[in-house]
Design a protein around this ligand. Structure first.
Ligand SMILES: Cc1cc2nc3c(=O)[nH]c(=O)nc-3n(C[C@H](O)[C@H](O)[C@H](O)COP(=O)(O)OP(=O)(O)OC[C@H]3O[C@@H](n4cnc5c(N)ncnc54)[C@H](O)[C@@H]3O)c2cc1C
Length: 370
């Protein structure tokens, strides 16, 4: 019934035909998110007073899967929806929830996540960006890197040092910064896919948002950890849906005989496994916080994504006469894109090595290396 209702809605509300210009495409996808939200397809399991709807995160995962099956893109404000939103729900004041959550759902505010720095990636506790309290506001100075979608974002969740360096993780605070505030500079970085997903972001004495501390001053580590756990658990849900859309498009490009059945079969199996991991993660999220198991979900998904992408790359049209050269070349270039992007899967949101450490120590209770 759920899927039928979504398909009926999609028959009336058509997804956008993508433009090739990245900025135009982002604007299209922002409008598409607003439309999904108006249709009642986002915020399932979030409190209704903050724009949410009855349901659970498992229902939300089903929406993403159904959108993928219909070839429709997922919402673009994924960092807000999947990482910052849940952190606000857990640690924000009711004023912060009222201010930010409805705008996250509608796509009015796109968020980016300013955690990583040139000298602080896996070792996040050594963040050097500082925030000093001055005239009732925090003023932020420092540099972030690999900040996804910062060039389009309205707001950034910044992990900054408000205590002294020797306090380590206890001196960190999670702050909201407006991306168009004076002193913010964004420098896009081109990935090997040719796209500019991530950026360097410079904060030169930037005044943080009013009431912009999420959680406690000095309590940023806890908020960041919960943000990362959500990111890791949500990743299989959204990524399997995105890859399903891409794979459907790929298959339609290579024609009726659809290449080598064994390779297609394996690619389908890896995708189905990713979807199953997503369902397990969503099941956990629906009943509470997911904790270190999120590392298991993220690690499994990143490996499945890489296996899927490698397999998709070798699929060739079986009946080259039945398809146009243009369609074949589009399919190949989309498989190449998925492959190149899949290399990042074992890096972002915690590298495979770091996740294995989390699983060993926090999930299995094994002793630390001496
Ligand atoms: C596509 C993409 C998008 C991203 N988006 C964002 C974003 O929006 N916001 C953000 O803040 N960051 C983002 N990142 C950054 C990402 O979180 C970091 O790249 C990641 O945490 C690793 O940090 P690093 O690159 O500094 O590598 P390093 O931490 O320098 O690690 C280098 C290598 O050393 C290994 N290593 C490090 N420490 C250990 C250890 N203790 N034990 C074993 N091995 C170890 C790592 O596994 C890795 O192989 C993104 C990254 C990618 C690829």
């Amino acid at each position: 019934m759920f899927n039928e209702r979504l398909y009926d809605w999609l028959a009336v509300h058509r997804p956008p035909i993508p433009t090739s210009d990245p900025t135009g495409r982002f604007a299209q996808l922002r409008a598409w998110q607003a439309s999904l939200n108006d249709g009642g397809w986002l915020g399932l399991g979030w409190p209704e007073e903050f724009g949410g709807r009855p349901g659970t995160i498992l229902d939300q995962a089903m929406v993403y899967a159904a959108l993928a099956a219909a070839g429709a893109p997922p919402p673009v404000g994924i960092i807000g929806l999947q990482t910052v939103g849940p952190a606000l729900l857990a640690y924000g004041t009711s004023e912060q929830k009222s201010r930010y959550l409805p705008r996250i759902l509608s796509g009015a505010d796109i968020w980016c996540q300013g955690f990583s720095e040139p000298e602080a990636g896996s070792d996040l506790a050594s963040v050097r960006t500082v925030a000093k309290y001055h005239a009732h506001r925090f003023v932020v100075k420092g540099q972030k890197v690999w900040t996804s979608w910062a060039q389009y974002a309205d707001l950034c969740a910044v992990l900054a040092r408000t205590g002294s360096a020797h306090e380590g993780r206890r001196g960190l605070t999670y702050l909201v910064v407006h991306m168009r505030a004076p002193g913010v500079t964004v420098a896009p970085i081109t990935q090997m896919t040719g796209e500019q997903e991530f950026n360097e972001v410079f904060f030169d004495d930037v005044v943080a948002a009013d009431d912009g501390v999420i959680g406690e001053v000095g309590g940023g580590w806890q908020v960041a950890l919960s943000t990362l756990e959500n990111e890791r658990a949500m990743y299989p849900i959204s990524r399997s849906a995105e890859l399903q859309v891409s794979f459907n498009r790929f298959l339609s490009g290579i024609g009726p005989d659809q290449g080598n059945a064994v390779d297609i079969g394996w690619a389908e199996i890896w995708l189905a496994a990713m979807t199953a991991v997503g369902r397990a993660a969503a099941g956990d999220l629906a009943v509470g916080t997911v904790g270190p198991r999120s590392a298991v979900y993220k690690l499994l998904t990143s490996q499945l994504e890489q296996q899927f992408a490698e397999r998709q790359l070798v699929i060739r049209p079986a009946n080259a006469d039945a398809v146009t050269a243009d369609a074949v070349s589009r399919s190949r270039s989309s498989a190449r894109h998925d492959y190149l992007l899949s290399r990042a899967a074992t890096i972002h949101g915690g590298t495979a090595e770091i996740l294995r450490g989390v699983i060993a120590q926090r999930q299995l209770g094994l002793p630390r290396d001496r």
